[in-house]
Write a protein that binds this ligand. Structure first.
Ligand SMILES: NC(=O)c1ccc[n+]([C@@H]2O[C@H](COP(=O)([O-])OP(=O)(O)OC[C@H]3O[C@@H](n4cnc5c(N)ncnc54)[C@H](O)[C@@H]3O)[C@@H](O)[C@H]2O)c1
Length: 398
């Protein structure tokens, strides 16, 4: 079995990826870590016993031993780092978003992944979270009918979350001297956009978005965003994200409205003891034990746990976070590399979600709806063409 050598950049949440790839996942070994914060770099290296450290991302790019770069730096520099990693011939695992600054760079990322025949995974835990998986199953089984409306919300208050720790991440959450983290178009806002698109099973064609900054006026971006996406069939998704909502923290609230019923995941953490937090009013089939007889009511829906492989212990899940779903993201990326197939949130999937995020920002500035480009899967179509005659050409020539 090949051991993939991994380099991780950005050691906040990136520390979880270091642990997962270095200590837990058999097919990977984290050999180098990178952070501009020297103290954080040395602390992580010491705690997780990583041999090589650097404060220069370029050292990861030029390291011939590295197979995969894992990008966990602040959101606004992800795109540059992803493009450079692909240019250097490395597969990529990237925290959300893959790119949220420029549509032009998004196309370059796709083209470079194709040129170099490399795999990308955008780490969006929501695609493996049990409630989401169950909701997607109900949708795909046709139990919700034709979907006409989806709501996804991610609500946090960085003044409180992490004991107020997120407020101290002045580097990018607050935006002192650099770009602050946007609400819908960055971080976990991207999960909400991605999940809405995934549930709809259709790509967005247009978005109209508004934002305001009444809670954290000193930030240089809005702390509250509302975006209305539309698809070719006329379905609508409302994605709403807040960085400073005066209400309890919620993982993504998800609500899917279809011609046969409605399903809703409350997103409250922890979920109420008597339920999984997933409810449905499914008129024809009934998600509950008995057929639906009315009147309309939301009934609890059973959610099976994520089928985590036996070798993943409770301690690993606790230390890595997200109920262990981060493992799926990595296992899926490795599988896509070994079998030359597309991962769950491969470069095309990530690009569709990120194109929506870029359009949200544009709409807020332009005060009008913005078209979202359609992005086709070209992975299988490109396969017989390899090696591409221009495969070695650099990103500067794109
Ligand atoms: N999947 C999740 O649940 C989850 C949770 C938290 C954060 N995130 C994502 O992870 C990313 C990082 O967020 P965070 O909370 O860990 O932030 P953070 O500020 O704690 O960590 C970012 C790190 O990147 C370093 N850094 C900044 N610029 C750099 C550069 N040019 N080269 C090398 N290192 C650089 C900083 O010094 C810092 O240590 C964001 O995209 C965020 O959305 C994901």
């Amino acid at each position: 079995m090949k051991t993939y050598k991994v380099g991780v950049v950005g050691l906040g949440h990136g520390g979880s990826h270091v642990r997962l790839t270095h200590e837990y996942l058999e097919q990977t070994e984290c050999t180098v870590i990178c952070d501009v914060n020297e103290e954080r770099l040395q602390n992580t290296a010491g705690e997780l016993d990583i041999g090589k450290t650097t404060t220069h991302y370029a050292d990861l790019l030029s390291d011939p031993d590295l197979d995969i770069l894992c990008i966990c730096s602040p959101c606004h520099i992800h795109g540059q780092m992803v493009l450079a990693a692909l240019d250097a011939g490395k597969h990529v695992m990237v925290e959300t978003p893959m790119e949220n600054e420029s549509l032009e760079r998004l196309w370059k990322i796709i083209t470079m992944a194709e040129r170099r025949h490399l795999k990308v995974q955008m780490d969006c835990p929501d695609r493996w979270i049990p409630e989401s998986v169950k909701m997607k199953q109900l949708i795909d089984d046709g139990q919700v009918g034709e979907i006409y409306y989806v709501i996804c919300e991610y609500l946090q208050d960085i003044r409180q979350q992490g004991g107020g720790g997120l407020m101290k991440k002045e580097g990018f959450r607050m935006g002192y001297g650099v770009k602050a983290q946007e609400s819908v178009s960055a971080g976990a806002g991207i999960y909400a956009v991605d999940t809405a698109r995934w549930f709809l099973g259709e790509d967005f064609t247009e978005v109209f978005a508004y934002g305001n900054r009444k809670n954290l006026p000193s930030r240089n971006v809005d702390d509250h965003d509302v975006a209305l996406f539309r698809t070719a069939s006329g379905a609508i998704a409302r994605v709403q994200c807040s960085k400073a909502a005066r209400r309890p923290y919620k993982e993504i609230t998800k609500s899917v409205w279809g011609t046969k019923g409605t399903i809703e995941s409350t997103g409250y953490l922890p979920a109420p003891p008597d339920s999984t937090g997933l409810y449905g009013c499914l008129v024809e089939d009934g998600a509950g034990p008995k057929p639906y007889t009315g009147p309309y009511e939301m009934r609890p829906i059973e959610v099976p746990p994520v089928p985590i492989p036996e070798w993943i212990t409770e301690e690993m899940v606790r230390k890595v976070g997200h109920g262990g779903v981060e493992f799926f993201s990595w296992m899926d990326l490795i599988h896509s590399i070994e079998n030359d197939c597309m991962s769950e949130i491969n470069v095309y999937e990530a690009a569709r979600t990120c194109a929506g995020a870029v359009a949200v920002k544009e709409s807020k500035v332009a005060h009008r709806p913005i078209s979202i480009p359609q992005i086709a899967d070209r992975h299988d179509e490109m396969k017989p063409l390899y090696p591409l005659p221009y495969g070695e050409a650099s990103s500067a020539e794109l």
